[in-house]
Design a protein around this ligand. Structure first.
Ligand code: BTN
Length: 230
């Protein structure tokens, strides 16, 4: 597609298509981010795609699919990328890619936005957003990256499907920029400072506060570094 509102929305409208169908656009007029935010989707600059999945497991954990996708993207981008738990791909202290996974009926839609050749961002996000072009000083081929992400995802999804997230946990943890750091957890305007020390077999963030050790599930809270976004 050249243009659509949001590849996630297109995938939802066509969720009767087979497992593995990929919806991809050159531009989105209503790109969606997490927590009701919008996703900057300038024409031909980024990768805007949504993968339609029909998981066989009846009680699939949608948030774990997002973590699997995050590892696939890091493998594919190779540009010193790390994961800000749970699912932002960062280079240094700035975000280069976001993932929005949604469930509709028996389908799961994994929406991926990668800032590839974007040269500048709106004022509100320039200090937290980056692109492969900005980081490397050269243009990148979007088709090539997209194919690489899908190849890596296919391999990892197979491991996830047959062995569970536990089999991917170590690689996820090795890529996770949130670990071994003081973080701020923000829930309903309440902030708690904690030390993030590990990732569980299910993909939860393990934290320690003055009150003890806790598991944090993605979607429950937003996590920030003590000094900035990562
Ligand atoms: C985030 O907030 O970090 C998630 C961003 C997800 C953006 C992608 S772009 C392709 C797909 N279609 C959308 O509308 N959103 C996702």
């Amino acid at each position: 597609m050249h243009v659509c509102d949001s590849t996630n929305e297109v995938a939802k409208r066509q969720s009767d298509m087979p497992h593995g169908t990929l919806f991809i656009a050159d531009m989105q007029t209503n790109g969606k981010g997490r927590s009701g935010k919008s996703w900057e989707s300038e024409k031909n600059c980024g990768i805007y795609m949504s993968l339609l999945l029909k998981p066989e497991m009846s009680t699939v954990d949608v948030s774990q699919i997002t973590l699997v996708a995050a590892v696939a993207i890091c493998r594919a981008l190779e540009a010193n990328t790390q994961i800000k738990w749970p699912n932002d791909i960062v280079i240094g202290t700035k975000k280069v890619c976001g993932i929005l996974t949604e469930k509709t009926g028996d389908a799961v839609i994994c929406g991926i936005g990668i800032n590839v050749n974007t040269r500048a961002f709106p004022e509100e996000i320039w200090n937290i957003a980056t692109s492969l072009y900005i980081e490397t000083g050269k243009k990148h081929n979007r088709d090539y990256i997209c194919a690489k992400v899908m190849n890596e995802f296919e391999e990892l999804y197979d491991i996830f499907r047959t062995q569970g997230f536990g089999a991917i946990r170590d690689e996820y943890a090795s890529l996770c920029a949130t670990l071994d750091k003081e973080v701020r957890l923000i829930r309903n305007n309440e902030e708690v400072t904690a030390y993030a020390y590990d990732i569980s077999e299910n993909g939860e963030l393990l934290i320690e506060t003055d009150e003890g050790q806790f598991f944090v599930r993605s979607g429950e809270v937003s996590v920030r570094g003590i000094y900035g976004y990562v």
